[in-house]
Structure formats: C-alpha cells, structure tokens
Design a protein around this ligand. Sequence first.
Ligand code: PEP
Ligand code: MG
Length: 571
Amino acid sequence: MKGTAVSPGIAIGKVFLLKKIEVESLQKNSDDPQKELAILETALKKSALELEKLIQASGEKLGETDAGIFQAHLMILQDDEFVQTVRDHIQAEKLCAAYAVVKTAEDFYIQFMQIEDEYIRERAADVKDVGMRVIKSILGTGTGLEAMPDGSVIVAQELSPSDTASMDSQKVCGIITESGGRTSHAAIIARNLGIPAIVGAGGITEQVETGTFIVFNGESGEIFIQPDGELVKKYIEMKAVKEKHKKLLMQFKDKKTFTHDNHQVELYANIASQNDTSAALENGAQGVGLFRTEFLYMNRDNEPSEEEQFVIYKKVLSDMKSKPVIIRTLDIGGDKNVPYLGLEKEDNPFLGFRAIRICLEKKEMFKKQLRAILRASIFGRARIMFPMISCLEELMTAKEIISECMQELDKRSIEYDRSIQIGIMIEVPSAAVISDILAKECDFFSIGTNDLIQYTTAVDRMNPKIAELYNQYNPAVLRLIKTVIENGHKEKIDVGMCGEAAGDEIMAYLLLGLGLDEFSMSPPCILNIRRLFSLADMNEAVNDAQTVLTMKDAREIKKFLEERNKKISER
Ligand code: PEP
Ligand code: MG
C-alpha cells in the first residue's frame, strides 16, 4: 500500500498500534453539573501543567518548533471561548465533562475545517488534540505510548503533537498515520526528529495490529505489511546506504561551499518562522535566503504589531549569529489568505491583488513591517526583499516607503542599519525581462522559480491535472534565469534563488554553471548540495550549462543533467 511520504528514511520494525479513545462509549449526561464543572476545572489545570512541562522539554529535547506547537495548545486550552463553550454545555445541556469537551472540540474542529486555507485547516487537528488531552485527564488514562517497546513503527489514525512529544523518540523507528498532510504537526515533528514518516495511509489501522512486522520507505510512500525475506533484505541494504550517506554529509556541516576547483557559492535556508533557525543552523546554512514572513500574519485574528514583529526579527537575526538573513515582506494573496484583511474573492487570485500590490495599497501595515525589520537590523545582518515585483515603479515606490520609515525612526532617534541591503524577488517574467533596469535600483536579486515557472509557462503550480507541464527544465524558464543572472552581474549585484529549484540537485548543478551566487533551500537539502558542489568542477559546470542552453526540449535537458549528476556523485 502507499501513503504520502513526509519524512525521509527507511523504517523496518514492528507495529505499535495506537488506539483511539472510543468517544461513542463515553457517558453522555450527568445530573450533577457542579460536580462536572469541578472535574473540568481540575482536568484543565492538569492539562495546562502537562503542556507547560512539554513546552519546557521541547525546548531542550525536540527543538523550538515543537515548543511553539504546545504554546498554541496552551492558548487553545486557555481560550475563553473554548472553555466557556464547554461550561455552557455542562450547565445548559447537563452533559458530562468529558462529553462536553468532545462536543466543543468537534464543533471547533468543523469550523476550522471549513476555512479554505490549508494551513488553518491543518491547525484544526490541534483543537482535537487539546480536547483529547483534557478527556484523557478526566478519564485518568495515559496516551498508551508509555508501553511502547524499542524499534516500534507507530501506526495511528491520527498522531497528535502531544502523542509525538510524549513518546520516547529513541524507541520509534517510523510513523504511519491515516490522516494528516505534509504540513501537519506530526509531519513537521517527525522531520525535525529525523524519524521516517508517512501520512494519508487510509485503512492501515484496520490491516495491522501491535506486533505486525512492517517496512516502509519515507521517500516513496511505499508500505509493506509482513513483507517476505527478499524484500526485507533489500530494504536493510537501502537503509545502510542511506545512513552512510547521512554520516558522510555531516562532515560538510560547518564548511563553506566550494566547488572542487575552488569556486565559492553560498547555501542558505528558507524559513517560515522564528523557530526554524535551529533547523537551518543544524543543517549548515550560511544564512537565511528567504524568511517567509506571511506566516506571522496567518492563523490569527489581527495583524501582528510592529513590536511583535520586531521581537521575532530580532530573534531570528540574533539566532543566525551575524549570518545574512533575507526577510521577505508580506507575500499574501494567491493561495495564502488572511481573513482579517478583508480581501475580496478574485477570479484569478494568482494574477490578482497579492504580495507587494497589497503592501503598496495598505501602506500603514507595510510600514509597520518595514519599521520592525529596520529596528531589528542592528541585531544581525538583515536584508529586505520585496516579492512579486513586476515593474520598476513598484520597486521605486517600495523604496520610497522604506525611506519614509527611516526618517520616522530618525525622528524617534531609533537606531537601524543605514546601509541595509534592499533586494527583490524575480518571480514574474516581466521582472526577469527588465532585470537590467531593476538591477540598477537594488542590491540583490533572488529568483523565485516556484512562481516564475507558473507565470512563464501559464501553468498553475497548484493544479495536479497539469503538473507535468509545470517544468523547471522548460528552456523558456532557463533562458529567463540566465538573463537575470547576467543582468545582475553586469550591475555587480548578487543573484540568488529561493525557489525549490535551488535545492534540487539536478537543477542546482545547472544553476551553478549559469553563475548563481546564492542558493536558498529547505534546510535538509543543504548538506547534500554542498557535497555535490564539492565534487563538481566550475569550468565543467559552465560548459554543461552552455550545452543545456542549446537544447530545445525539457526532456532532453533533464536527461542530460541527470546523467551529469550521476557521474559527479560517483566521483
Ligand atoms: C517562489 O515563488 O519561488 C518563492 C520562493 O515564493 P513562494 O513559494 O513563497 O511563492
Ligand atoms: Mg513566490
């Protein structure tokens, strides 16, 4: 069977089936609401205490991303609306405490799931998780994970972040769940802990029981229940090869990035929150090439204040210890919605009111973010980057707004980095075409291939039906990338890339040959690319890039680069 691979690696072990609490078997009514209210208060207190402990332990054991999850849980647990709704159910409908919690958590869950935004939908699981924690506390049952033996593959309908954090990660060699997506917390935590994981394996809890022998591949999503000896042998070998490769990569962690013939480039990390800096540093990032700040604006009821943002940017800059951090200003719209901004529904949101277009119109909101970045800039090496620039006027207006912010800070005698670098994303074809003009007005470019591919080829990046047409090897895309790099270099500015292509080993070699200076990618890709580059020769890469640019067809290009990659990796 197959699921969605969300955390790479091979798992070989015995199933530990995590049982759900049977909500249907809970007692529904009570004729003593006062007693139920008292039970609820005790359970709430106990759950809050557990969460506080988990927040503390997460900081030490799991990494700060997880502490953030439990902080969010604590907020739900202490949310007046949530708690009052439970109390109302107990008093008005004479429900038992546990049943009232189930009902409230379910109602909140349904409300969250109706929101279009995938990120918010996935947070719906948090409400359920908090509910389950309170119910377990009321019933006096644990998570069940306490009894788990060594070498277990956890199989569950859904694995809550609380479950993941209360398990002894040393005993877990893999995780499979029936629900959840790539950005669900269980997936994030599994990736952080380096545990192979698959989600979306519908029906698996019906097909196995505790003790069933199982093998799975966290890269392909393949699951084998009670496989034969031949297959197990093959997977044991694959696992050994992967572990050897992982160890090999660790030697590159604290190194700079050089090709075999000493050409130097920079490998940066893409991050989406202040908690991601640890993953960036652990994976040897030389800086942050893209801080997607829109996530600070999502999943809440109002925009973050200047002060709130200042604290976050300051933390990221300090954590990155004077390494460059490119902070991208708000890139909302398209598929990322922020309900409180009251943006109208559009027929073509990706071609509509998004990113810099919104910021230039909602000037006060934009200025809040810019002032926060400027104020934080003295705590490290901040750079400001504007997304979705499509013409010179947008860049010039955005720069004027930065000047206004600087004057305001001067008036308040607040320090900031006066020579802060200002750059733009090149992700719209018009910007790539006039990159010679734009390069004169900014300090750096970062090519956003995720959007550049979709806009150049008129292929929606989210539409699975036309996924084959969304192709990074399309010669039109490659020509634009070449133009941007050349135009940037003519004006002596650095040209980087923060689209997914930068972390793809087949593409990264081509980009190296095209002269890209900085590659920004998801942290787990960094060491692999550093190793690959250490084996590559810049002269050869330049020649290969020239050859590729004479090719007419994406398939031919891909094949050629794959063969080159194979040869170089074997050196
Ligand atoms: C891009 O478009 O390549 C990019 C990095 O931005 P995002 O994926 O956030 O749109
Ligand atoms: Mg983009």
